[in-house]
Design a binder for this molecule. Structure first.
Ligand SMILES: NC(=O)c1ccc[n+]([C@@H]2O[C@H](COP(=O)([O-])OP(=O)(O)OC[C@H]3O[C@@H](n4cnc5c(N)ncnc54)[C@H](O)[C@@H]3O)[C@@H](O)[C@H]2O)c1
Length: 358
């Protein structure tokens, strides 16, 4: 554990700084959020089961770390103390590879962890922002999804719905804590966030990682599915706006870029911007993962509520975001040396996966 320090610089010299806690602050989105909050002059405590990664120099110098499991109330109480203004709750088990391998942890950590965070925040009198996901909508075909759109899920025998279900339950929990305990909370739903430091297990991070490592880009089911890729800087900007806006209490916001792109188009863009050979490896997910997995054909947010209420809009195009992400990846060989942890990598022999081309 390190002591918290005031950052030497920051645009928040004119505003009152806040005491904030970021659970999951050692992770991908959390690490960017922590840097943004430190730069804004906030006094930041990170609660995470992992240490600060080497790459998080700013956090190492200016944030306090309480290491622990969100399922451990006592440990959590060391981070969420009276006087904390805002708790950003991002700690979670995330990723297709994770919910296929650890469905019980996905349910347990996401649900019990959130319940504990809400309880501690209520005790401390802190406001809470809970990170949720576009996955809560499941495979609802009626895109774009407003915040109030229906959830359409598949069978409970498909492990992939554990994440969607657990996250939806955390949304219910959060809103219920507001109604029954008066907890001030806001839910933000991210849509395919990407950017520097993301584990190479997701569409963009994995494609960039493979392209820069000279490997073919993986294309599930011919890349016909569509996503609305949202740069992490946009996602955290919306998160911070939601935390500071009085009218956001008790509200849910879709924080997603509204530009729909097919996974194939995204892969082609990665290939062009990295200068890689545009070779791809095609994967039939049904054949390899069976009924445990089911993909969502289209995932498109209607984010106009965030625009209207928070003045937020995703401003970073996929091309611009990829240019930034690729530049960061080229400058960080340690990240390029990480193993590919995407779901299919675990299911297909490495040689076959690296060499076969679609
Ligand atoms: N990345 C996305 O595209 C995306 C999309 C929608 C929602 N989200 C949500 O945003 C949040 C952050 O996601 P991310 O992409 O940064 O994931 P991540 O895996 O990079 O970060 C999650 C962090 O939580 C920590 N954690 C996991 N289990 C824990 C436990 N039991 N106790 C304490 N800490 C624990 C991990 O160590 C990690 O640092 C999550 O709540 C996720 O559900 C992410």
């Amino acid at each position: 554990m390190s002591n918290s320090l005031r950052p030497p610089v920051g645009p928040a010299d004119t505003a009152r700084s806040s005491r904030v806690v970021v659970t999951g602050g050692s992770g991908f989105i959390g690490s960017h959020l922590v840097e943004r909050l430190i730069a804004g002059g906030d006094e930041v405590t990170v609660f995470d089961s992992g240490p600060f990664p080497e790459s998080q120099q700013l956090a190492r110098q200016h944030a306090r770390l309480v290491q622990g499991d969100v399922r451990d109330q006592d440990r959590l109480a060391r981070a969420i103390t009276p006087g904390v203004d805002v708790v950003y709750h991002l700690a979670a088990v995330v990723g297709v590879d994770q919910y296929l391998a650890r469905p019980l942890d996905v349910i347990d950590i996401n649900f019990q962890g959130t319940r504990n965070v809400l309880e501690q925040a209520a005790r401390a009198g802190a406001r809470v922002v809970v990170a949720s996901t576009s996955e809560v909508f499941g495979k609802n075909p009626a895109v774009p999804w407003t915040e109030e759109a229906d959830r359409v899920l598949g069978s409970t025998s498909a492990d992939r719905w554990t994440y969607s279900s657990a996250k939806a339950l955390t949304e219910h929990l959060t809103l219920a804590f507001g109604r029954q305990h008066g907890l001030e909370s806001t839910i933000v739903r991210y849509f395919n966030a990407y950017g520097a430091r993301q584990r190479p297990a997701f569409v963009i991070s994995r494609s960039v990682h493979r392209a820069l490592n000279g490997l073919p880009i993986v294309m599930y089911d011919r890349g016909r599915h569509t996503r609305c890729f949202t740069h992490v800087d946009d996602a955290i900007e919306g998160t911070v706006l939601a935390a500071g806006h009085p009218a956001a209490v008790g509200e849910v916001f879709n924080l997603g870029n509204m530009t729909e792109t097919s996974v194939r188009e995204a892969g082609e863009l990665v290939a062009r911007l990295t200068g890689a050979e545009s070779q791809t490896v095609g994967v039939d997910t049904h054949e390899i993962l069976g009924s445990a997995y089911e993909d969502v054909p289209r995932r498109v947010p209607d984010s106009s509520k965030a625009r209207r209420m928070l003045g937020w809009k995703a401003g970073i195009s996929l091309e611009e975001g990829l240019i930034r992400t690729i530049a960061w990846a080229r400058a960080n060989p340690w990240w390029l040396a990480l193993p590919d942890t995407g779901a299919i990598a675990a299911a297909v022999p490495a040689e076959e996966f690296a060499l076969s081309a679609a």
